[in-house]
Write a protein that binds this ligand. Structure first.
Ligand code: ATP
Ligand code: MG
Length: 411
């Protein structure tokens, strides 16, 4: 994409009411536009990152057998009244139509997915079933000061699974847990897994996927030696304790952000809708339900927090809006422009994603913009190297510079 065509521009300052680092950087770099506290629109660069995260999540959810659907976000109030969520879920946004009908905005989709599954699951032969979607969620959050990490409107991947037995749920959970850890790793993060009480959903266990960041809203302790991790909201464990799991390492306290979780919902939702299937003997049974969330936009915010420096964002290649940022360093020099044009055409033809700063701007301004936007590889088209037909390739993260030819870049 030619930057001269990109309608967004970088800006020196973020809005004065924006206190979170992730939103400040994303707004300044032109990735998101703030509508109000906790509500953001995604602009071309931000949408490309979101799409890349969603692609990774989709691949991994498809790989565990999840079937993608797209559920309604405007919900009939009756479904929420059946499950008790209408009065029981404090973050639920409620609407009234001009004909005095009541609706809820989807804050989670158990109330919609359970009747869908009920319609198609009649026998044990129809189980297990796992469906997922990637879509908008609406929550009346009290605090929305963490930028895109806590939205009143945000994007979530939510999967729901239906099982005959607890053993089958446990089997599937173990598979999804591995898929989750792969998702975070592919997005450039390491997630720790905690066991916690299930909060408002049930008294059963849940599993939270935590990424360390001071911008997070959770306090955890984790073992310096093994994978043990606990949320201190529910656990008595504290810093310096010997790890209860391996008995060797000491616990370290840290701030973290919950980028995903898994709940064992038991039979609560099918019971609310009188949803049974016939077992092998033809007897009615209630399925066991699991739900699996990943905060897509929160993940983007956590990455912006963790992968940034004083100059701006530093995207991992897997989710960066572009792989290369090609800059012409002199706008007057026609032969330099021709070389950069040729490289841009060759790279895009080879399927590489390139943001091409072809604007008539000073080199210093282009460098500052490039650092702020944070594409992992910058290619400088400047007079000195082009005299020998070459370009400078700069690593955004390390600052390391190499002089390369078009062939090197295509290889
Ligand atoms: P939290 O404790 O942070 O409020 P939650 O337990 O309410 O999270 P779930 O309802 O299970 O979260 O949602 C699944 C995932 O969606 C969470 O793990 C998190 O990554 C993300 N998420 C939850 N609330 C928000 C929000 N307001 N803005 C952005 N992402 C969110
Ligand atoms: Mg919440």
């Amino acid at each position: 994409m030619r930057q001269s065509q990109l309608f967004t521009k970088t800006r020196r300052d973020a809005p004065s009411d924006e206190v979170s680092k992730n939103a400040q950087l994303l707004i300044r770099a032109g990735f998101v536009h703030k509508e109000m506290a906790g509500v953001y629109s995604y602009l071309p660069l931000g949408l490309r990152v979101l799409n890349n995260i969603e692609r990774i999540v989709r691949e991994e959810m498809d790989a565990v057998g999840g079937q993608e659907i797209k559920m309604a976000t405007l919900h009939p109030s009756e479904n929420w009244k059946k499950t008790g969520g209408w009065d029981g879920v404090d973050v639920l946004f409620k609407l009234k139509s001009r004909t005095e009908n009541e609706y809820a905005l989807g804050q989670s989709e158990e109330e919609i997915v359970t009747p869908i599954a009920q319609e198609y699951v009649q026998s044990y032969k129809d189980l297990p079933l796992a469906v997922y979607q990637i879509g908008q969620k609406y929550r009346d959050e009290l605090r929305a000061k963490s930028g895109v990490m806590r939205g009143r409107e945000f994007t979530m991947k939510d999967m729901y699974s239906f099982h005959e037995t607890q053993e089958d749920f446990d089997r599937f959970y173990a598979i999804v847990k591995e898929a989750y850890l792969r998702i975070y790793e592919r997005a450039g993060l390491v997630a720790k897994v905690t066991e916690a009480s299930g909060g408002s959903f049930s008294t059963k266990l849940s599993y939270e996927f935590m990424v360390l960041t001071d911008a997070g809203e959770d306090d955890i302790v984790y073992c310096e030696e093994c994978t043990h991790c606990a949320n201190t909201e529910v656990s008595q464990e504290k810093e310096g304790d010997i790890c209860p799991k391996c008995g060797k390492g000491k616990l370290i306290a840290a701030r973290a952000s919950e980028v995903g979780n898994v709940f064992d919902l038991g039979t609560k939702y099918p019971e609310s809708f009188s949803f049974t299937y016939k077992d092998a003997e033809g007897k009615p049974q209630t399925p066991i339900v699991g739900c699996y969330g990943i905060g897509i936009t929160r993940l983007l915010g956590v990455i912006a927090e963790r992968m940034s420096d004083e100059k701006g964002l530093v995207w991992p290649e897997s989710i960066s809006p572009f792989t290369y940022h090609l800059l012409t360093l002199s706008s007057e020099d026609e032969s330099l422009k021709a070389s950069a044009d040729a490289l841009y055409n060759a790279l895009t033809k080879a399927g590489k994603s390139v943001l091409y700063d072809d604007r008539a701007a000073r080199a210093g301004e282009k460098f500052a913009d490039s650092d702020l936007i944070g594409v992992p590889w910058r290619i400088n088209a400047g007079k000195e190297t082009l005299a020998s037909g070459k370009f400078e390739l700069v690593n955004r993260k390390t600052g390391e510079v190499k002089v390369v030819s078009t062939e090197d870049l295509l290889a």
